[in-house]
Design a protein around this ligand. Structure first.
Ligand SMILES: Nc1nc2c(ncn2[C@@H]2O[C@H](COP(=O)(O)OP(=O)(O)OP(=O)(O)O)[C@@H](O)[C@H]2O)c(=O)[nH]1
Ligand SMILES: [Mg+2]
Length: 378
């Protein structure tokens, strides 16, 4: 039986999911990967973890020690390579990182994955950028990954954005997520920086590297978090009967624009989205990007305006809205046609996703257990 709570979880899910960005594929095949980052963030350890990750999937891999500033870093990487049993290249006499990389590429067999560990700095200075740029020219990496300590919290976002601008990142690896209370802040901050999070470092050991999958992450977050307060607030504020009806529709796969209007109204009554998010412990204290919040708010306002210009038949069956009618609704509501299309698309994806929840017995059981106050699923 569908409930108000399923409905709310669905809304929260959509919103967090929107913030965390798209899932990005990561190919495990012979490719060249450049690791970058500041002092002590976990570059060398993570280079080793990534090498292990490739090897476990049957892809031969070579580690390159291109940290020319700290001799101990070369030994550290060599130790890791020995443990993993992968190829390794270093040249302790060479001071130019790009030359080491060139030598490594010449020495390694042609079709193996290559992971280059570079030197850290205390800040993103011109010297660091110049070195990374030279290495990039020689390596021509398919992936340029920034290694960031999750304990940086909110400031991780700024760091990611700065690196992204300076050297062009294809992804971020957040490390030490195991020991950090600020992991949620780092996650949300980095997510809005434009560089996708690809992996999480969850411990000091070589195997403690996880693929970051936003969809799975949000499900887990909702499974763990104490969202009781949020639910209580929702029940206090919402038009229970209306919302319950909407929830039933949602779960039955007959979600219409009318249901969507009810959803937006309930959401509106709950107050600003930023406050909602701060009730989720994992995002506790995490200040979301102002623009992001503003964007959500603006979008909701636009959607409401559009819904006011839709007639009764259309509220019940959004599929009849097409062609010239889209333009007329847009004009009538003072919005652009693409906003009308966005609303229709949102309604459609909500309907499909909700139907997915309704028909996924395992997930439903999990939700039910959680809401009945039982122990959260592991
Ligand atoms: N708990 C935990 N510790 C980690 C993780 N990743 C790295 N570390 C630890 O963080 C410390 C620094 O890691 P390194 O890999 O040496 O960092 P680095 O960025 O290469 O450091 P520099 O080369 O000095 O700039 C080490 O003690 C690692 O064991 C992680 O995911 N979890
Ligand atoms: Mg290092």
């Amino acid at each position: 039986m569908a409930s108000l709570r399923d409905f709310l979880v669905r809304i929260i899910y959509e919103e967090i999911r929107g913030i965390l960005g798209k899932d990005r594929a990561f190919d495990v095949r012979p490719r060249r990967i450049l690791m970058a980052g500041l002092f002590g963030q976990g570059k060398t350890t993570t280079s080793g973890k990534l090498a292990r990750f490739f090897q476990k999937k049957g892809v031969r891999v070579g580690l390159v020690a291109a940290d020319v500033h700290r001799p101990a870093a070369v030994d550290q990487l060599e130790q890791l390579a020995k443990k993993i049993g992968c190829d390794f290249y270093a040249n302790r006499a060479e001071r130019r990182a790009e030359v080491i990389v060139q030598e490594a590429l010449a020495k390694f067999p042609a079709h193996i994955a290559v992971i280059v560990d570079t030197a850290g700095r205390s800040g993103i200075d011109p010297e660091l950028i110049a070195e990374l740029t030279r290495v990039k020219q020689v390596l021509q990496p398919e992936e340029t990954l920034l290694v960031l300590d999750a304990a940086m919290g909110q400031t991780a976002g700024r760091s990611a954005a700065a690196f992204h601008q300076a050297v062009g990142l294809t992804g971020v690896i957040l490390t030490k997520i195991d020991g950090s209370a600020k992991g949620g802040g780092a996650l949300s901050a980095v997510s809005v920086s434009g560089a996708p999070i690809l992996f999480l470092g969850t411990g000091e050991h070589l195997d403690e590297l996880e693929r970051f999958d936003p969809t799975r992450f949000v499900s887990r977050l909702l499974g763990m978090g104490d969202i009781q307060t949020l639910l209580e607030r929702f029940e206090e504020l919402s038009d229970k009967e209306g919302a319950q009806k909407a929830a039933e529709h949602l779960m039955s796969g007959r979600f219409s624009l009318r249901d969507m209007r009810a959803q937006l109204d309930s959401l509106g009554q709950m107050g600003p989205f930023s406050k909602l998010m701060s009730m989720l412990p994992s995002f506790g204290g995490a200040k979301l990007d102002e623009q992001q919040i503003e964007g959500t708010q603006v979008r909701l306002r636009r959607f409401r305006a559009i819904l006011n210009s839709v007639n009764t038949a259309e509220l019940d069956d959004p599929h009849v809205i097409k062609g010239e009618r889209i333009h007329r609704i847009a004009r009538g509501s003072g919005q652009r046609p693409q906003e009308v299309r966005a609303l229709l698309k949102y309604c459609d994806s909500t309907r499909k996703a909700a139907h997915g929840i309704a028909t996924n017995r395992k997930l439903r059981r999990q939700l039910e257990r959680q809401f009945s106050g039982g122990a959260p699923p592991a």
